[in-house]
Design a binder for this molecule. Structure first.
Ligand code: BF8
Length: 643
């Protein structure tokens, strides 16, 4: 494949500057803790450490040294499969919890119990209602919204074994039938989660194949009760994202302003904080600040930038560094990916660290019990904390250092807005230009590059280099999650990146689309589709493309990649894309290599059953080469010319 990208300048200079500042300030960072943890436990890495019962912990050495079975008799294949299923369950629980909160909020809005919120996208609500079989004609919007919310909540209490409403309504017919044949249609996400915990507890399921099928089913829970439900309802309540150009990186912080960093996932909290930051500007000015500046970190950064153009600060692995700037007055969090290290670091810089969710607390944090029915009151309380902290910062002489690192990105690519952009090229059939470009080979394929920034791989610039290689090979990239912060900071989400990184054929297509859409230059080669729950947008796009071509998603020349994954949520998302029959590349290595059975299921057996396949490669060249080989194979099977 060639085209090595060694030597290109990818490092964010702000990271190194702030790491030095943190060291001077006596603040320990993730990189320090990671170093102290080395070497990490090899049994854990292989997945053959079992802590399910108190006859253990047991660990199996795959090289034949020591015991071959756990004390209970569990084989390494069983131990690995159980551990992996539990990880997928952790991830799916997070996404289902996020989505269920939105369903409850929609019901509260419809019943007039959440006065701070409203329905912004009636069109999307009515379209969903139609798919769910909710009558719409002549009914008030709130009555329809209440029924849509009840349809969502019904899935979480369903005991009749019937398929989830959200799967019936939102899966394409082709994919639904495939999942039905494979026994992957789930009925109730909570039952599925309960059964997964039950079957993996000591003395239950000892059939590795049965356990791996349960993992694929957990992937279905993740998508239909988590990702897709969350995206659908967030769009209804907070708006469908539309394209916009926004600033990113450390320079979005402003020394003379009250800086509030939102961190976490659900727009229920952050949208209100952003609103009240504007409404309380007068109070900030009275405190001597120019204004209140809300910025987004991690996935809530994606949610806020996609819909409202809120400055796009940075990713998970930079959170501690953002605190080390000394410029953040309040860090406001809801749930997921909130490192326990943060409140103590915040304290060093007089940053008020504010938790808001009853099950995400920290002894050193300020807790504001944020509730949708009192959202305006609680958001004001949070913003006033930040204004008070600004006064403290100014009077206490905290040293502020904001690196000059800056970037901009085109964001807001929902399926709806992408179709609108493409209509500029073909009004009657907006997806046709993309399909034609894929058919001719101008676009070789597409890859969803998603997930987290893993400190183990950050120094190698794994994500940036892999993406540069894919682009040079005329592969279009779409992104969600924290990797988008990485790619935005490295300049990949601009028209200039098309000039710099895209292969000639991809460049030709993106330039034509960009000019037709009035962008005054090419469309970026990396399209930002949102937060981790917005992986559902990628699935919707693939389903639309497959539907137009009359093939299954598994036949498309596409792949998913989580090149630096960290969390269990990445595992549950990956499990869904395996269920959908897609190649899923991951790095670092998932904890499966202690089980020959797991490796054969994920790399040999599953591809023959539904097309899903795992690819493990921890170097940019290895990952890009594996993905390109897969894309070529799929093109050949469809009878398309090689790009
Ligand atoms: O859900 S990308 S580090 S913030 S897990 Fe977490 Fe990973 Fe970031 Fe979002 Ni997704």
């Amino acid at each position: 494949m060639g085209n090595s990208v060694e030597g290109l300048p990818y490092k964010n200079p702000g990271d190194a500057d702030l790491a030095r500042k943190a060291e001077r300030d006596g603040v320990e960072l993730v990189s320090d803790r990671l170093r102290k943890m080395m070497p990490e436990c090899a049994f854990g890495e292989l997945g053959t450490c079992c802590v399910m019962c108190y006859m253990g912990p047991c660990r199996i050495d795959p090289f034949g040294q020591g015991p071959r079975l756990g004390v209970c008799g569990a084989t390494p294949d069983v131990i690995v499969a159980r551990n992996f299923l539990r990880a997928a369950t952790g991830g799916a629980s997070s996404h289902a919890g996020h989505a269920r909160e939105l369903a409850i909020l929609l019901l509260e809005i419809a019943e007039g119990r959440a006065p701070g919120y409203r329905i912004r996208e009636e069109g999307k609500l009515l379209a969903l209602a139609g798919k769910l079989g909710v009558p719409v004609d002549g009914r008030p919007v709130n009555a329809v919204a209440a029924d849509v919310a009840r349809k969502a909540l019904e899935d979480f209490g369903r005991q009749d074994g019937q398929p989830m409403n959200w799967i019936r309504a939102r899966a394409s017919k082709t994919e639904y039938e495939k999942w039905e044949r494979l026994g992957l249609i789930v009925s109730n996400p909570h039952n599925e989660i309960e059964t997964a915990m039950h079957r993996t507890s000591m003395g239950n399921d000892a059939d590795p194949l049965n356990l791996w099928v349960a993992t694929l089913r957990m992937g279905m829970v993740d998508n239909f009760a988590g990702l897709m439900l969350a995206t659908d309802l967030s769009d209804v309540i907070f708006g469908i994202p539309a394209p916009k150009v926004v600033s990113a990186n450390y320079s979005v912080l402003k020394e003379g302003q009250v800086n509030i960093a939102c961190h976490g996932h659900n727009p229920i909290l952050a949208s209100k904080v952003a609103e009240w930051a504007d409404r309380l500007e007068k109070e900030a000015k009275e405190a001597g600040a120019e204004r209140i500046n809300v910025v987004g970190i991690c996935c809530i950064g994606n949610e806020l930038v996609m819909r409202y153009g809120v400055p796009y600060a940075g990713h998970e692995a930079q959170t501690e560094l953002f605190l080390a700037t000394g410029a953040i007055d309040a860090m406001v969090v809801d749930m997921q990916c909130i490192w326990p290290s943060l409140p103590a670091i915040a304290k060093c810089y007089k940053t008020r660290f504010i938790t808001t969710v009853p099950f995400v607390k920290h002894p050193e944090a300020i807790h504001v019990d944020f509730r949708a029915d009192r959202a305006d009151e609680k958001a004001q309380e949070i913003v006033r904390h930040a204004i008070a902290a600004y006064r403290d910062r100014k009077s206490s002489g905290i040293r502020v250092q904001i690196p000059e690192a800056s970037a901009s990105l085109l964001t807001g690519i929902s399926v709806e807005s992408l179709v609108a952009v493409l209509s500029a090229v073909n009004r009657e059939d907006p997806l046709k230009p993309v399909i034609d470009a894929v058919a001719s080979g101008d676009i070789a394929g597409a890859v969803g590059v998603v997930g987290c920034p893993n400190p183990k791989l950050r120094d190698s610039a794994m994500t940036e280099k892999m993406v540069a290689l894919l682009l040079r090979n005329n592969v279009l990239v779409v992104t969600t999650g924290c990797v988008n912060h990485i790619l935005a900071q490295a300049g990949f989400l601009t028209g200039e990146a098309t000039e710099k990184y895209a292969g000639p054929r991809l460049k030709k297509v993106l330039t034509a689309i960009g000019h037709a859409a009035g962008l005054g230059g090419p469309l970026p080669p990396v399209l930002h589709m949102g937060s981790c729950v917005d992986n559902s947008r990628i699935y919707d796009l693939l389903a639309a493309l497959a539907g137009k071509l009359g093939v299954e998603i598994s036949q498309l020349p596409v792949a998913g990649s989580a090149p630096e994954f960290i969390t269990e949520k990445a595992i549950s998302i990956g499990s869904f894309f395996l269920s959908a029959g897609i190649l899923v590349h991951v790095a670092p290595a998932p904890r499966i290599f202690g089980s020959p059975f797991a490796v054969s299921v994920l790399t040999e057996k599953l591809p023959g059953i539904n097309g899903g396949k795992a690819l493990v490669a921890a170097t940019p060249d290895g990952a890009a080469a594996g993905i390109m080989a897969h894309i070529r194979e799929k093109r050949q099977a469809l009878g398309l010319p090689q790009a």
